[in-house]
Design a protein around this ligand. Structure first.
Ligand code: ADP
Ligand code: ZN
Ligand code: ZN
Length: 825
């Protein structure tokens, strides 16, 4: 009897053991997928991690239902990587599995909601219940998630449950469709005619059906059987598409069908890939490096000789991409693979087109916005004999299989979005990539104009190598940053909406010269807040502890945390006052303001609301690139890695909004955002200009931005972090606790806090309510654990896991959520 230990796509840390069916004992190896039953009525695709003969004791072991692979879909190093992630980020290895594999590779059952066939139609229903029943009957068998989406109500499940109790609705389990390869019909010669004499006989016999004869002759030609029909090795016949064959003889499908009915040809489905094929026709792609770039390239070579991880610190527009391209070419020449990581928002056609021109078919793009089936095919290609030499991808591409990874490039390594927030695994793709590279014995190159302070600290401590590019490509100077004190201007009422007179002047000049303008405002929507002028009442989300943002286009107020929307009241519900005023500027309102001042200018807005789809996002960028748009307004989306020729003016409308965020990283982030958006100005011939509007012009940070003084920022921030003990002078782990009842949660949080203090002493902060203390009806508490640098992480993890397990076992806290966020961002 043989058994397999498997990982299930569930938040479970342990591997589960199943028996292998008698007749299939030999086929399975670690890394293969199997389908196993788990829980009531459910089955899952699990990953085999061990095959053995040890009969589990103490329970009746279930049997594997189906073996999906004969060859592993997961390489041994990937399993090690999964285990490391689960261990380091304090989550279940099942969570890692869930995040790692494209969903098309995981068959699952799902619950569908249906109207109970035995329902007699006589139940008394509330209005809400009636609504849900209507939804269910309108949709054909919706899943719970579909219902939640459609009803825009995540509590709908509760209504469904009560409707099930009343016998109105029922649930049924079904297998979720998995990945289906794309196929087209091909034809092949039946085995009967592999015999040459028979084939000749057949062809002669077809003299009376000349169309069929010529089609068959064409087939033999295309299949490579040769004119003499020497079927030396019939198995070697080439694939022939039915449609192509019919077209080649200019005939109709019926002719081919006739041959199929006679048993001469057989039709069969043939898998065709979905992946893009871009041939490299010429090597216009590679540009010679400038002197500075060539020097950086050589220095990197030397730095890598001493450090497996290096930082390329190159100012904005210094041409880092070109240096990467040369490195990648070198790697490929050595027969190694490259993983090129980019933050989601930077993965534009601007970058991929550039890389396709050099690498063509040798490059695959892995993007979360691409169809799942495409991601499955990239995964399969990576396992094949001819994997991609280079994968350009977002965070999750660290999970792809590589056979001989030689280099990982993490572009814009400082980007906060590399950290996954929800759900687990809450991993940081840059740090995970460094570990992945280490497991492969590969190098890691971190590139950015504004390194994360932790990264720079590692450089200073001698852990990472450093190479700098201090000048822009083509000797363009860094933009001139001019600070405008808006406090004074607001007092004197000299602001025109969000614009200072200086910014207006610069915008006007740019537009007159047919140059472009970027305006950065880090709030989307129209007005971040609505307030009753009489009593100060502010509309809040009913599910979350935040005020609602007014969106003018929708004429609605929206919660940016849970998506709840409602109409703007005409009267204040608190005092009946009718004067509701809008406070603050969101991107939508800035857009209005630009229209008012420059009615002729073509304006575009780039934020979450205007870029729901990839094509919308790229449309906005294309229009800006081609000069169709004059002014681009946006949230932090406009600060990332974009390369435009004609941008001469960048306006930072309100620097203070970034500085006032209560987080030890807010200054670092504000600097990065401002330096990056400033870096979009004047990237070609002329020096650009940045107008930085702030109410606190005297902050050292503002000076550091105007002087492009990254090192000044580094030194200042390091002093503070050392003094108050924040990373890199400790490791942070946040403990999050959530519950629908505030009183239960407070008890839990207090208990957790005191136990943590017993174990870790004074380096515990909290419990506190985070700035947004309730999201989607769940109250939230947070405890900060500062782990001393010398402490054994393994031991800390063990203690934290034990504490959680212990508390969750308490009957009061069963329905609570407790999770850890390691190295939070
Ligand atoms: P960074 O990523 O450092 O901000 P980019 O890689 O976007 O900078 O380069 C800035 C601009 O300079 C781009 O338009 C790029 O095409 C151009 N450029 C960089 N290096 C070269 C080179 N060696 N030859 C020609 N153009 C280059
Ligand atoms: Zn009021
Ligand atoms: Zn909400």
């Amino acid at each position: 009897m043989k058994f397999v230990d498997v990982i299930l796509p569930l938040p479970l840390s342990a591997a589960y053991t199943y028996a292998l069916p008698e007749e299939q004992q030999a086929a399975v190896r670690p890394g293969c997928r199997v389908i196993v039953p788990f829980g009531a009525k459910k089955f899952y695709t699990a990953i085999v991690v061990d095959v053995h003969g040890r009969q589990p004791q103490g329970y009746a072991v279930k049997t594997v239902w189906e073996i999906l692979d004969s060859d592993p879909v997961l390489l041994p190093v990937q399993l090690d990587f999964w285990r490391w992630l689960a261990d380091y980020y304090l989550c279940a290895v099942g969570d890692v599995y869930k995040a790692a594999l494209p969903s098309g590779m995981k068959l699952e059952s799902e619950s569908k909601v249906v109207v109970n066939s035995e329902y007699a139609g006589n139940a008394v229903l509330s209005e809400r219940e009636q609504r849900v029943v209507t939804w269910v009957s309108r949709r054909s068998e919706p899943t719970v998630t579909q219902l939640q989406k459609e009803c825009e109500d995540f509590r709908v499940l509760r209504v469904v449950r009560s409707l099930m109790d009343k016998g109105v609705l029922a649930m049924k389990e079904e297998v979720k469709r998995s990945y289906k390869p794309r196929t087209e019909v091909h034809v092949r010669l039946s085995e009967t005619y592999f015999d040459e004499d028979k084939l000749h006989e057949l062809l002669e016999g077809l003299g009376r059906a000349p169309k069929q004869q010529s089609l068959l002759l064409k087939y033999l030609e295309l299949a490579g059987a040769g004119t003499a029909f020497r079927l030396r090795n019939p198995k070697m016949l080439a694939e022939v598409g039915r449609k192509a064959l019919v077209e080649a003889v200019g005939g109709s499908l019926a002719i081919c069908r006739a041959l199929e009915e006679k048993g001469v040809l057989e039709a069969y489905p043939y898998e065709i890939g979905r992946l893009a094929h871009t041939e490299v026709t010429e090597t216009i792609g590679v540009s010679p490096l400038s002197e500075a770039q060539a020097r950086a390239f050589r220095e990197l070579e030397e730095a890598f000789a001493r450090h497996p991880v290096c930082l390329l610190h190159g100012v904005t527009s210094s041409g880092k991409t070109e240096v990467y391209i040369h490195l990648i070419r070198q790697m490929i020449a050595e027969g190694k693979q490259v993983l090129y990581l980019v933050p989601e928002i930077v993965l534009t056609t601007q970058l991929t087109d550039r890389l396709y021109r050099v690498f063509g078919n040798r490059m695959g793009v892995y993007h979360s916005k691409f169809p799942d089936a495409e991601r499955v095919e990239i995964w399969q290609k990576q396992l094949s004999e001819q994997p991609y030499d280079i994968i350009v991808g977002v965070r999750s591409s660290v999970f792809l299989p590589f056979r001989h990874l030689g280099l990982v490039i993490v572009d814009e390594e400082h980007e906060q979005s590399y950290k996954q927030q929800e759900p687990a695994p809450r991993y940081h793709a840059r740090n995970a990539a460094i570990m992945l590279a280490r497991m492969y014995g590969a190098r890691t190159l971190l590139g950015t104009a504004t390194p994360a302070l932790e990264t720079y600290y590692n450089v200073r401590m001698g852990k990472y190598g450093l190479v700098e590019l201090t000048e822009r490509f083509g000797q363009v100077r860094l933009p001139e940053v001019e600070v405008v004190d808006i406090k004074e201007l607001q007092r004197k009422r000299r602001m025109a909406g969000p614009f200072s007179p200086r910014l207006l002047e610069e915008m006007r000049r740019a537009l007159e010269n047919k140059e472009q303008v970027i305006l950065f405002q880090n709030r989307r929507g129209y007005a971040p807040m609505i307030e009753c002028h009489t009593c100060g009442w502010v509309p809040k989300c009913k599910n979350c502890d935040v005020s609602l943002t007014y969106h003018k286009g929708l004429n609605q107020m929206t919660c940016h945390y849970c998506g709840y929307t409602c109409n703007v009241p005409t009267r204040c519900p608190a005092c009946e006052g009718t004067e509701l005023v809008q406070r603050g500027f969101g991107t939508e309102k800035v857009e209005d303001a630009v229209h008012q001042v420059f009615p002729e200018a073509a304006v575009a807005r780039m934020d979450l609301d205007t870029t729901r789809t990839r094509s919308a996002y790229e449309g906005i960028l294309e229009d800006f690139q081609s000069g169709k748009t004059d002014v681009l307004i946006g949230t932090q989306m406009v600060t990332k890695g974009l390369d435009f020729e004609r941008v001469s003016v960048v306006g930072i409308l309100n620097a203070d909004a970034m500085l006032n965020i209560p987080d030890f990283r807010s200054f670092e982030r504000a600097f990065q955002l401002m330096a990056q958006v400033a870096g979009r100005a004047g990237r070609r011939s002329r020096q650009g200009r940045v107008i930085l509007q702030t109410k606190s012009p005297d902050l050292p940070l503002i000076r550091q931005v105007t002087e492009h003084d990254y090192f000044g920022l580094y030194v200042g921030q390091m002093e503070e972090r050392q003094m108050f003990v924040y990373p890199p002078f400790c490791r942070l782990i946040y403990v999050y606790m959530k519950h629908k009842r505030a009183d239960v949660l407070d008890h839990l949080a207090a208990e957790m806090g005191s136990r943590l203090r017993q174990v870790f002493g004074s380096r515990i902060l909290g419990p506190d309510a985070p700035p947004v203390a309730r999201i989607q009806l769940l109250y939230i508490r947070k405890i900060v654990v500062k782990v001393e640098l010398g402490a054994s992480l393994a031991k800390v993890r063990e203690q934290l896991l034990y504490l959680r397990q212990n508390l969750m076992a308490h009957p009061d806290y069963r329905s609570a959520q407790i999770y850890y966020d390691v190295d939070p961002m």
